[in-house]
Design a protein around this ligand. Structure first.
Ligand code: ADP
Ligand code: MG
Length: 625
């Protein structure tokens, strides 16, 4: 019998399968079962349009049989079958609808990636088999035909006999190699597990002959081993069930069974969309932060099913980065099973689903915030940081989606508040949303800069997360109220006695200029403070970059050497100021000493390092003796 050659594209795909170093070879079974299921679907549709045909669901099934002695694995279906022409066209020529849209040779190098993510169709059988034999009888025919191939060098088609309509695929499983155990594809437990994992929700029964123990007749404690036909898949996926049929526990079991996480999910969303785009989804908001969540290793994504068949483990395109903590799955009938990564990215249906899902997640978080505050706060403790990153990233593109979900620890009730809550209870004369940034709440509370704002009865948000201030700078204002750092610029709280002090300010001008000269290169200005009450000194900043931001940027791995424009502020109502004044008049050396001391104190209060600690302690000794 003359061998026919594969079409060029097919040969490339085939080569890729045969030489695949991809570890998840098990997916071949998913592919063959999904083809079998498609073939039964076709029978079903034919019966719908043809009155002569009756579709008895019981007559339709898929069967998987392993024969260890002969090293064969057989997948049989009672589907529509193939004519010899169809065998030729469907198996000899790569499906035009496109298992894989190859662009160039380079992409082939990346084979294990492609195979891992997508259905690769019938040829995946060659990942585990030396010989693949397909015997098929089409539904309209009395004759059967056999297609056989040992791989890339071609295939044969010849008449065969088969009693029933449908297709039987026999795989001659490869011998074990040093690196690969092909034997496992003949093991009952392994096959069962693979079917459960990928094809549990196939609509038709997937049967296997399974060995089981059964009590021996006439005996209480003796067992005998028998072969019994079992249906391995559960057929009805949880996401197709009605929400009313399901309990929280069902969802939790699904979450754990699927290994989305080992914790108990905080909340779930069950979507059954049948509008512009038809899909089912079950989404989870986990309780705990996965250990690798804030690392590069973490991969976001949802499981993607096409009509009950898993086609991708982590479809990243379904989740925006700021919701990357969401786990779960999406099943849509509108997606093709064999779709490449590029095609998927541009798939209109998928984009619609992603958009839809994003608003469902936001909605769920909002209702948690509104109705289950305590849960929301637990969520926020785990993933709030990610939301803040989301605000900051992409030039603030997503701030409108996210700003209402943000929370910050606040001075007023010493707990988390939303921006909405903050603004709602602002006194009428308060112009800004105030915040103070620092290492910890304890430290922020002691910042000299917060005293006046607190005294006014204004609430202050405490920023302890690196990202906080950056996120807020991206938002800029909330409900027309600008954000204002207590350590930066004009606080908008004019001390009452401000007017009369302008004369005094003139008198102090020379002193401040002298101090400023003494601190050249360290601060850009020395001035009388409008934010200090009981402390003599503090640092503030002018311009966009605050001192906290400078610290954070410096601490980054490839730290940027940026500098906040620092201002040394002196409390002119403090006794220390009187000492400065008299030193200015009588003893220049003393003024220099005091200036340095105050500057270093201000640094320490800010959590910054003094540049010369030895000099600093010497200076203190000087004033002690
Ligand atoms: P796809 O399923 O994306 O079309 P495959 O490579 O998996 O790509 O299969 C190629 C084609 O071979 C199918 O479209 C179908 O026409 C045919 N085919 C494969 N397996 C079967 C089967 N068990 N019964 C009938 N036709 C089949
Ligand atoms: Mg297929």
């Amino acid at each position: 019998m003359a061998k026919k050659q594969f079409q060029a594209e097919s040969k490339r795909l085939l080569d890729m399968m045969i030489h695949s170093i991809y570890t998840q070879k098990e997916i071949f079974l998913r592919e063959l079962i999904s083809n079998a299921s498609d073939a039964i679907d076709k029978m079903y549709y034919r019966a719908l349009v043809d009155d002569q045909l009756v579709f008895n669901k019981e007559d339709y099934y898929i069967k998987v049989t392993a024969d260890k002695a002969n090293r064969t694995l057989t997948i049989t279906d009672t589907g529509i079958g193939m004519t010899p022409e169809e065998l030729e066209n469907n198996l000899g020529v790569i499906a035009k609808s496109g298992s894989l849209a190859f662009k160039n040779e380079n992409e082939l190098q990346d084979d294990h990636n492609i195979i891992g993510q997508f259905g690769v169709g019938f040829y995946s059988a060659f990942m585990v088999a030396d010989v693949v034999t397909v015997t098929s009888r089409a539904s309209c025919s009395d004759h059967a035909y056999k297609w056989e191939s040992e791989g890339a060098d071609g295939y044969t088609i010849e008449p065969a006999s088969k009693d029933e309509v449908g297709t039987e695929i026999v795989l001659k499983i490869k011998e074990n190699t040093e690196d690969e155990q092909y034997d496992e594809f003949l093991e009952e437990y392994r096959l069962k597990a693979i079917i459960k994992k990928y094809s549990d929700f196939i609509r038709y029964p997937i049967k296997m002959d399974v060995k089981t123990q059964r009590p021996k007749e006439g005996s209480d404690n003796e067992f005998e081993e028998v072969q019994e036909e079992q249906t391995i898949n559960s057929m009805v996926p949880i996401w197709r069930k009605n929400k009313s049929e399901l309990t929280d526990e069902d969802y939790e079991n699904f979450y754990n069974e699927k290994r989305y996480g080992f914790d108990k999910p905080l909340s779930h969303i069950h979507v059954k969309a049948d509008g512009a785009v038809v899909y089912n989804a079950i989404l989870f908001i986990p309780e705990n932060t996965p250990f690798d969540y804030y690392t590069k290793e973490y991969e976001k994504g949802l499981e993607l099913y096409s009509n009950g068949v898993l086609i991708m483990n982590k479809c990243a395109d379904l989740l925006p980065d700021y919701f990357s903590f969401v786990k779960g799955m999406v099943d849509s009938e509108d997606l093709s099973l064999n779709i490449s990564r590029e095609m998927l990215q541009h798939d209109r249906q998928l984009k619609l689903i992603a958009k839809n899902i994003q608003s469902k997640i936001k909605g769920q978080l909002q209702s948690l915030l509104k109705d289950e505050r305590e849960k929301y706060e637990r969520f926020y403790n785990s993933f709030g940081r990610q939301l803040k990153f989301g605000v900051y990233n992409d030039f603030g593109m997503n701030k409108d989606v996210l700003q209402d979900l943000l929370m910050f620890y606040s001075s007023k009730e010493e707990k988390l508040v939303t921006l909405d809550e903050y603004v709602a209870r602002m006194p009428e004369d308060q112009k800004y949303i105030y915040y103070a940034a620092g290492e910890s709440i304890e430290r922020i509370k002691k910042l000299p800069q917060i005293e006046l704002v607190s005294d006014k009865g204004y609430e202050i948000l405490y920023f302890t997360d690196d990202i906080d201030e950056f996120a807020i700078k991206t938002i800029m204002s909330y409900k027309d109220k600008e954000f204002k750092s207590v350590s930066s610029g004009d606080l908008g709280i004019e001390p009452d006695a401000d007017e009369k002090s302008s004369e005094e300010a003139d008198a102090n001008k020379e002193l401040f200029e002298t101090m400023q000269n003494l601190l050249t290169g360290k601060v850009s200005k020395v001035k009388a403070s409008k934010r200090l009450k009981s402390h003599p000194v503090c640092l503030s900043s002018e311009g966009e970059l605050t001192i906290e931001m400078e610290k954070i940027l410096k601490a980054m791995p490839n730290g940027q050497d940026v500098k906040a424009e620092k201002v040394l502020e002196i409390n002119v109502n403090h006794d220390v100021f009187q000492s400065l004044k008299s030193a200015h008049e009588t003893d220049k050396e003393k003024l220099a000493l005091y200036t340095n001391l105050l500057y270093n104190q201000a640094l320490l209060i800010e959590g910054l390092q003094v540049s010369d600690p030895v000099e600093f302690t010497n200076d203190i000794c000087k004033i002690m003796v």
